[in-house]
Ligand binder design. Structure first.
Ligand code: ATP
Ligand code: MG
Length: 398
């Protein structure tokens, strides 16, 4: 969509995600209020001026002189199914025909096929069908021949849409897909185990899309990893925070190296499992502090030795009070990568960073619970968790 079209429009139609309609009235109101707050915060953040937002009939109508910019920025707000820059008009039939034809003259391109759609609420001295027929005819009469336009009701290049609401109306001819999902903040927080790799970023995005803000927790395994791994995690976090405007941009960094050292002195084939179990325990303590309702990770069945179903069971047993959510459980890597590309994390997540040198040559894929517990007997788990909690540094990104 060209920014030069900003001068043609004066409004934006924002359509709610379909699922919002399935909610009971008071729940829907809560979701709509949150969505309104999130989108206003985003517009402010991006310096997109607007003079008002009105909620009517499952949509927000935004008044702005920068409709094209607004539509582009709002396409990243969860809870919106689509967005159209629009022109506001009165619902008088002649006004609808005249101003809609003007918009068509600015946006239809040579050789386009088009269809007129009309949605009408209220009492008028014409029908929706009158609008469809007469507007379509007027566009064809005025520049159909010059531009080589044709009507295609089934699969048009351009939909010239008119929404008539009592005594006012809106016309649009361009629509941007929204990201869908539920407004961020309509579900409680989750504590996210964040490695900065491809998977955890996508896992977080998926739960954010369903309305849950994520508290990012990164375990710094120095000296078994180096500062490139930490930097990569912070860079990826920054990209993800772009999907959560108005929410804290904080990363909790836990010093995990000393714990790793002690873990490596036990049964080496369980190093990764003991490492993760410790992460879960610390995540639970953080969840308690920040009032989160669970933990989210980027684990998928069999993606690593520590992620076989047998080993995931061993990991789960370390989380005593909170559920561990794994939004990628059934994803193939290629599916995860496709989402990572779409949300902008792929490039940053795939940057080479120092891998963890504590990973054993031959990790267990079928750990026995009693053997894992025996290995942990050599560790002072409570003390290790306490030390981890004391080591936390909260980095605030801008
Ligand atoms: P990812 O692709 O997310 O980096 P991975 O494929 O490298 O994960 P694992 O190392 O087994 O796989 O990690 C599984 C999950 O454990 C990650 O998705 C993440 O949720 C969590 N995790 C791994 N490393 C860290 C870390 N250093 N800090 C916090 N969480 C981590
Ligand atoms: Mg992974």
């Amino acid at each position: 969509m060209e920014a030069s079209l900003n001068s043609v429009y004066d409004s934006v139609i924002i359509r709610f995600s379909g699922e919002l309609w399935l909610k009971k009235v008071w729940t829907r109101k809560f979701y709509e209020r949150r969505l309104s707050r999130n989108l206003k915060t985003a517009l402010k953040h991006f310096d997109v001026p607007y003079s008002g937002v009105v909620r009517r009939h499952g949509r927000f109508y935004l008044k702005t002189s920068c409709a094209v910019d607004a539509a582009e920025k709002l396409s990243r707000i969860f809870g919106i199914s689509s967005i159209s820059p629009a022109v506001q008009l009165s619902s008088k039939f002649e006004d609808v025909l005249e101003k809609s034809t003007f918009l068509a003259s600015k946006t239809l391109q040579k050789g386009n096929s088009f269809a007129v759609q009309c949605k009408r609420v209220g009492k008028h001295d014409y029908t929706s069908n009158d609008v469809r027929k007469q507007l379509g005819q007027r566009v064809l009469d005025m520049f159909g021949e010059k531009l080589g336009l044709r009507v295609d009701l089934g699969n048009p290049d351009v939909v010239l849409g008119v929404e008539i609401r009592d005594d006012e109306a809106f016309v649009y001819s361009q629509t941007v897909d929204g990201v869908g999902g539920m407004p961020l903040g309509t579900q409680p927080k989750l504590v996210g185990l964040f490695s900065g790799g491809i998977d955890s970023a996508v896992g977080f995005w998926l739960v954010m899309k369903r309305g849950s803000p994520v508290v990012f927790v990164y375990f710094d395994n120095t000296p078994y990893t180096d500062e490139t791994t930490t930097q990569r995690a912070l860079d990826v976090a920054k990209v993800l925070f772009g999907w959560a405007i108005g929410y804290p941009k904080k990363v909790y960094i836990v010093q995990h190296g000393e714990n790793m050292k002690q873990i490596m002195e036990t049964n080496r084939k369980y190093t990764c499992l003991l490492c993760k179990r410790m992460m879960y325990r610390v995540a639970e303590r953080i969840a308690e502090e920040v009032h989160a309702e669970g933990i989210v990770t980027g684990e998928a069945i069999g993606e690593q030795a520590s992620q076989t179903l047998t080993n995931l069971r061993v990991l789960d047993a370390a989380a005593l009070s909170y559920p561990v959510h794994r939004p990628l459980l059934g994803f193939d890597k290629s599916e995860t990568v496709a989402i990572a590309r779409k949300i902008g994390t792929y490039k940053v997540s795939s940057k080479t960073a120092g891998g963890c040198t504590a990973v054993p040559y031959s990790p267990s894929t079928k750990a026995k619970m009693e053997d894992v517990l025996r290995a942990e007997e050599k560790l002072d788990i409570d003390k290790m968790v306490d030390r981890s909690m004391e080591s936390i540094k909260i980095v605030e990104l801008d």
